[in-house]
Write a protein that binds this ligand. Structure first.
Ligand code: 13P
Length: 342
């Protein structure tokens, strides 16, 4: 199967009440880990690359790695998604590279740091929707501003400032109506990276109530949870046991994500947990086998450690077992459907 439009995966997930993990990649081993996990659990999957990942891996390498993935696993439906496009041009170039989905993050200005006015967000997001839908490509928008910084992208908001930029459900409804986005990223108190919360999060800092409220107003809206790594203590402990220095920290508990899925969350972004798993596995080899100098000697355990995390998330989010049920819809067919809706 070729890459599929992400919208097809989200629609199926909504119909059957599950969520789809969107896992970030920078290199071959991460793509291999995700595909092996999807194969083992029979899961449809979203693979995503940030601007930083695209420049690290280079678009041509990335494109061919993704083509290899779908060639090797024709029974696994895969959507390729641009994570946090900072301008329409970033999204357009991703579409040119064969991405089947893109995020126009107009919650920030093009510097990818400054929170943007609502009118700017609507303008750039609408522009991307217009261009992408003609090509059958899915668009994710964002309303409210996420905390933290990822690959240089983010306002870096914390504490009270971050809480002041959470998604307003009324504005979310207006934004969806004005832009025609397929999926909506919401700011509910999560942030990118390992340092999300100082304690296990309560409803005071992790506002799942916003998701429930948006779902009440927009029952058909596919919501996206960014910053959804759980930062498991076991993974942090392995890193620290073998010479790392990661202070005590808390992520988003998987049970909270499952609650979100019951309330319309269809795409769950996970990067940090995989980074932690990879780093722990590599540190362990370096510490226990100081004579090892073949990269395969540490990349293989790293890949296996990531695969394990991805499998666990696929099962927890409910996407496991659905790979064979996704309708085969090409980008061309999807473009025809959007044109008809218009
Ligand atoms: P984490 O840092 O929590 O894995 O979030 C990743 C993400 O949201 C990518 O957009």
């Amino acid at each position: 199967m070729a890459l599929v439009p992400m919208r097809i995966l989200l629609d199926h997930a909504a119909e059957h009440g599950y969520g789809v993990g969107a896992f970030n990649v920078n290199n071959m081993e991460q793509i291999q880990a995700i595909m092996a996990a999807a194969d083992k659990t029979a899961s449809p999957v979203i693979i995503q690359a940030s601007r930083g990942a695209r420049s690290y891996a280079q678009d041509n390498y990335l494109r061919h790695l993704m083509l290899a993935a779908v060639e090797l696993y024709p029974h696994v439906p895969v959507a390729m998604h641009q994570d946090h496009g900072s301008s329409p041009d970033v999204c357009f170039s991703a579409i040119e590279q064969g991405f089947t989905s893109c995020m126009m993050d107009g919650s920030l200005l093009e510097d990818a740091k400054t929170p943007a006015p609502y009118s700017y967000n609507v303008e750039v997001t609408r522009k991307v929707v217009e261009h992408a839908h003609k090509r059958g490509v899915t668009v994710e928008g964002e309303i409210g501003t996420l905390g933290g910084i990822e690959d240089g992208h983010g306002a870096g908001l914390t504490g009270a400032e971050a809480m002041a930029h959470l998604t307003d459900p009324e504005q979310a409804a207006q934004f969806v109506a004005e832009t025609g986005v397929d999926a909506l990223a919401v700011a509910i108190g999560t942030s990118h990276g390992a340092y999300k919360f100082k304690h296990k999060p309560t409803g005071e800092v992790l506002k799942m109530s916003i998701i429930a409220e948006i779902h009440r107003r927009l029952p058909n809206c596919h919501m996206v949870m960014h910053g959804s790594s759980s930062v498991p203590k076991e993974l942090v402990d392995i890193i620290n046991q073998y010479g790392g220095q990661i202070p005590e920290t808390y992520g988003v508990p998987v049970e909270e994500i499952q609650e979100g899925i019951k309330n319309g969350v269809r795409k769950i972004n996970v990067d940090t947990d995989n980074r932690l798993a990879i780093t722990g596995a590599i540190r362990k080899v370096f510490a226990t086998k100081p004579g090892e100098f073949d990269p395969r000697g540490y990349m293989k355990p790293a890949r296996e450690a990531m695969q394990k995390v991805v499998e666990e998330r696929m099962i927890a989010f409910g996407q496991a077992g659905h790979a064979g049920q996704i309708p085969k819809v090409s980008l061309e067919e999807m473009a025809r459907r959007y044109a008809k809706l218009k």
